[in-house]
Design a binder for this molecule. Structure first.
Ligand code: SF4
Ligand code: SF4
Length: 388
C-alpha cells in the first residue's frame, strides 16, 4: 500500500472529481476504514467568507463527491465542519457556509455542522499543547477526514493537511494560541499535537486550484490540477511541499513532525503512487518565512543545534525574517488588523496600521484576516539576497 498518492484532477466537474478521488484513494487502501453505520466528520478548510473560486477553501464539489463515496461505502452520516477565523457561533458560521458554497454538499447527503459547543482536552502526550480548547462537534464522529487546501502561508510557509487541523481551535481563540506559541517552531509543534490528538484517518489535499502569493486568504488562485491523499497528514504535506518547491526544513509543521518521527527526512523515502516530477508546480509563488534565518545559520555554523547558532539565530531573526506590512494604496483603514493582532502590536495612525516590530510575534493573523488583502508579507532585502 502506498503512503501518499497524487493524481490529476484538472477541474471541479463532479464526474472528474469523483474519478480523481477514487484514483487517489485506491493506492492508499480506499475507504476501508468506513464501517457500516459510522458517522464521519470531514474537517474542511473554511477559513473565511471566501467564494470557492478564490482558491482558499476546500471546494464543495470535492466535498460532495467524497460524501457520496463515504455513504456508498456504508457511512450513515457525513458531517462537514470547520471553525473559521471569527465567532464560533451559528449566525457567523452559517454565513461562511453560504459564501463557501457548502450548501451544495447537502444535496449529496452531507450535514453541515451546527454544534458550536467547545470542549477542553487534556493531552499529556502533547509536545507543547498539554491542554487546549476545541470544537466539540468532532467528538460525535467515529472517524475524522482532513480535507484541506494547498496554499502558501505567511507564518507556516505552507497550509495543507497538518495546518488544516488548527481549525479545531474555536475561531475567537486562535489569536490567543498564536500568542501562547509565538515562535513558528512551537506553533508548529502545537499543530502537530492537534493532529496527533484527533488523528484523522484520511487526509485529502485539494490542489485542483490552490492559492499562492499572499496566502492563505488573500493570495492568488493557483490552478495546479492535482489531488493528493494519505493516511498521514504529515506524509501528504511532505510530498505537497515538494510539489510547490519547499523542503522539509522550510515548513515548520514538517520539521515538528520530523522531530516526532512521524515522517522521514525526505519525501524520496516515502512510497508515493504518482509521478512527483510531473506534478511539480514550478511557478508557485511562495512567501518566505524563517527559512532565511535557518539557511544563513546553517551556512555559517552547520546543521544541528549549537550555542553559536542559537545566539546567532536570535540576533538575525529580526534582521532576516519575513514580516507583515500594509500596502498604503490598498489599505482602507478599517483597523481589523489591529483588532485581531494577538500581541497588540498594531496601532492605527492617520488611518494606516503601524506595527511595533518589538511586539510583533510574526503570526501573520493581520495578513490572513485583512479583508482587502492590503497587509502583505514582505522579506527584507538582505534575506532575499542571501536566499538566492
Ligand atoms: S485590516 Fe487591512 S485594510 Fe484594514 S486597516 Fe488593516 S491593513 Fe488596512
Ligand atoms: S502585527 Fe500581525 S504578525 Fe505581528 S503579531 Fe500582530 S497580527 Fe501577528
Amino acid at each position: 500500500m502506498a503512503q501518499v498518492s497524487i493524481v490529476s484532477c484538472p477541474s471541479y466537474d463532479p464526474a472528474v472529481c469523483r474519478q480523481a478521488l477514487l484514483d487517489a484513494l485506491e493506492p492508499i487502501g480506499g475507504l476501508d476504514f468506513v464501517r457500516e453505520g459510522m458517522k464521519v466528520g470531514i474537517k474542511a478548510n473554511l477559513v473565511s467568507f471566501m467564494k470557492p473560486e478564490a482558491g482558499a477553501t476546500t471546494h464543495p464539489v470535492l466535498l460532495s463527491e467524497l460524501t457520496k463515496l463515504l455513504k456508498e461505502r456504508g457511512a450513515a452520516s457525513v458531517v462537514i465542519g470547520d471553525s473559521p477565523g471569527g465567532l464560533y457561533a451559528a449566525a457567523y458560521v452559517k454565513n461562511v457556509y453560504r459564501a463557501t458554497g457548502m450548501h451544495e454538499t447537502e444535496a449529496a447527503g452531507a450535514v453541515l455542522n451546527m454544534d458550536f459547543t467547545q470542549k477542553e482536552a487534556e493531552n499529556p502526550a502533547g509536545a507543547v499543547a498539554k491542554r487546549f480548547t476545541y470544537t466539540g462537534w468532532l467528538d460525535g464522529c467515529d472517524a475524522i477526514v482532513d480535507f484541506c487546501k494547498l496554499k502558501s502561508h505567511g507564518m507556516m510557509a505552507m497550509s495543507a493537511a497538518a495546518k488544516n487541523m488548527f481549525g479545531v481551535i474555536p475561531g475567537t481563540m486562535k489569536p490567543e494560541y498564536h500568542y501562547k506559541y509565538p515562535n513558528a517552531a512551537d506553533f508548529a509543534r502545537m499543530i502537530v499535537d492537534l493532529d496527533e490528538y484527533f488523528k484523522p484517518v484520511l487526509s485529502v489535499v485539494d490542489g485542483v486550484v490552490g492559492m499562492d502569493g499572499n496566502g492563505p486568504t488573500m493570495g492568488d488562485a493557483k490552478p495546479m490540477g492535482l489531488l493528493a491523499a494519505s493516511r498521514s497528514p504529515h506524509m501528504a504535506d511532505l510530498v505537497c511541499a515538494e510539489l510547490i518547491g519547499l523542503g522539509r526544513r522550510d515548513v515548520p509543521t514538517l520539521e515538528a513532525a520530523y522531530e516526532r518521527k512521524l515522517i522521514p527526512a525526505s519525501w524520496q523515502e516515502l512510497d508515493v503512487a504518482g509521478d512527483v516530477d510531473s506534478f511539480r508546480v514550478r511557478d508557485f509563488n511562495n512567501i518566505g518565512t524563517k527559512n532565511d534565518v535557518v539557511f544563513f545559520g546553517e551556512m555559517l555554523f552547520g546543521e544541528g543545534i549549537n550555542p553559536f547558532k542559537k545566539a546567532f539565530g536570535k540576533i538575525m531573526q529580526k534582521a532576516l525574517s519575513s514580516r507583515p506590512g500594509p500596502n498604503r494604496d490598498e489599505c482602507v483603514g478599517c483597523a481589523k488588523c489591529a483588532e485581531i493582532c494577538p500581541a497588540k502590536a498594531i496601532t492605527m495612525r492617520d488611518k494606516l496600521p503601524r506595527i511595533d516590530r518589538g511586539k510583533c510575534i510574526r503570526c501573520f493573523c493581520c495578513q490572513e484576516f485583512c479583508p482587502k488583502g492590503a497587509m502583505k508579507v514582505t522579506r527584507p532585502v538582505i534575506a532575499r539576497i542571501l536566499n538566492k
